[in-house]
Design a protein around this ligand. Structure first.
Ligand code: TRP
Length: 444
């Protein structure tokens, strides 16, 4: 039986779009984007980021959509379909990357679940740093991680339509409402003005720096879930009538919008409570220490705001985790002929077991994260750009199906041939030494 025969499809166009947005909007949107913006020129950085999203992120996103829909297969089969067997190793790397990212992503997601439950049950105490210390690692962290993996497996086991799509259709609008509500609430707080100034004060001098461009490109790429076939796999459940250019544009801009609005919530809240001195560079620090400190200072309102905030993080993490597991599950279904449930349960358990190492050791978690985001994802994206730019025969025909008469993407293949690989190579060039340092730190 060919992989396409009997393959499931999305129930609706909106379902596919929300699932893709769900993959993109994750923990990276809720803090890392706003932190980079505040550090690197405010509104000027926002403009640069949107430009980089359109020039680097969007072409690779459209490439993944085109390969996925055109082949109707998960990454290994899809690359072989358009490039021959020589390309299957790249597909294997994608699947391995799915295992690796989900193993530690689920540990962080477990923290967010525990924070949401804590906000609802008793609120945060005054010493948020000590609380994080207890949550971050140890057998408790293993248990919350396992619980989160269980939910992820249950949804993926439900299937494309009844599992993944249904979850996205319910959860994504909810997430959007929660983030907007938080931003509105933050605007009502006395003293929040300083937060907007800090976040968005435009400094065009800052963005004339190569390092800033690299950081923007790396973030745009990670935030769109590119470089490991997640978007490719989702697109493999599409029909021929979809307008891929419009859909990729919508997904990219929505991902940006959520990140931007999250910043409008985070900084004003921190400034209103006078905690700006405690903003930390790391994703973990501000999300899991500074903000809970702010919620604790808000008193009763902080219980509600804290719950909404961490519930939004849980939702963001869950819909991203689903897409990671789906890459692995779809590959086992296509390549080994496994039934969906069996693949979800067995492979989900393997990933959960790998995550135990990350839940017991923050250093291991850090190495897993840096290996994936500094090496495997930009490297995978570089290969994908070269694949569609130089190897695949007539990729334009693939995109044009369902999008006849659209002109704005004529530059697409050209961007994939030279500019995108160059930018990704530069991102890799600068991030590999950082990765090496982290690996050495494991032994130091
Ligand atoms: N985009 C996700 C975020 O912003 C993280 C991510 C990176 C991801 N690559 C992925 C999620 C691949 C799913 C699949 O947090």
């Amino acid at each position: 039986m060919s992989p396409e025969a009997g393959r499931e499809h999305w129930g609706s166009r909106l379902g596919f779009i929300l699932a893709a947005v769900g993959s993109a909007v994750g923990l990276g949107n809720m803090w890392r984007f706003s932190y980079l913006t505040a550090e690197n020129g405010g509104a000027a950085f926002v403009i640069l980021y949107v430009a980089v999203t359109l020039v680097v992120g969007l072409p690779v996103l459209l490439a993944e959509f085109a390969i996925g829909r055109g082949s109707g297969r998960s990454p290994i089969g899809a690359l072989a379909h358009f490039g021959g067997r020589a390309w299957t190793p790249l597909g294997w790397i994608f699947v391995a990357t799915g295992f690796l990212i989900l193993a530690y992503y689920s540990v962080i997601a477990g923290w967010t679940v525990r924070y949401a439950v804590t906000a609802a049950a008793q609120g945060f105490g005054p010493d948020a740093g000590a609380f994080f210390g207890r949550v971050e690692s140890g057998w408790d962290a293993v248990a919350w991680h396992a619980g989160f993996m269980l939910a992820t497996v249950a949804i993926v086991a439900g299937g494309v339509k009844a599992g993944i799509e249904r979850a996205a259709v319910v959860l994504m609008p909810l997430l959007f409402l929660m983030v907007v509500a938080l931003a509105i609430y933050a605007a009502t707080l006395a003293g929040s003005d300083g937060g907007y100034d800090f976040y968005l004060a435009a400094d065009f001098g800052e963005i004339l720096d190569w390092g800033v461009l690299q950081a923007a490109a790396g973030q745009a790429f990670f935030s769109l879930s590119l470089g490991m076939g997640a978007m490719l796999t989702y697109a493999s459940y599409l029909s021929e009538h979809e307008h891929l250019p419009n859909e990729s544009l919508f997904v990219a801009l929505t991902d940006f919008a959520v990140a931007f609005i999250a910043g409008l919530a985070v900084f004003p809240m921190i400034f209103a409570l006078g905690l700006q001195g405690e903003v930390m560079e790391s994703t973990g620090g501000t999300l899991f220490i500074t903000l809970p400190g702010a919620f604790s200072d808000m008193g009763a309102a902080g219980r509600v705001v804290g719950l909404v905030f961490f519930a939004a993080l849980v939702v963001a993490a869950l819909t991203s985790a689903i897409s990671l597991l789906e890459v692995v599950v779809a590959s086992a279904m296509d390549g080994l002929g496994w039934a969906r449930r069996r693949a979800a349960v067995i492979l989900g358990s393997v990933i959960a077991a790998m995550g135990v190492a990350a839940a017991l050791s923050p250093k291991v978690l850090d190495v897993m994260d840096k290996t994936a985001s500094n090496l495997l994802l930009p490297g995978g994206g570089l290969m994908l750009a070269l694949f569609v730019g130089w190897v695949m025969r007539d990729p334009m025909a693939e995109v044009r199906r369902g999008a006849e008469g659209v002109r704005w993407f004529v530059l697409w293949r050209w961007l994939l041939r030279v500019p995108v690989p160059v930018v990704l190579a530069v991102v890799l060039w600068q991030s590999v030494p950082a990765l090496w340092q982290t690996v050495l730190g494991l032994f130091g």
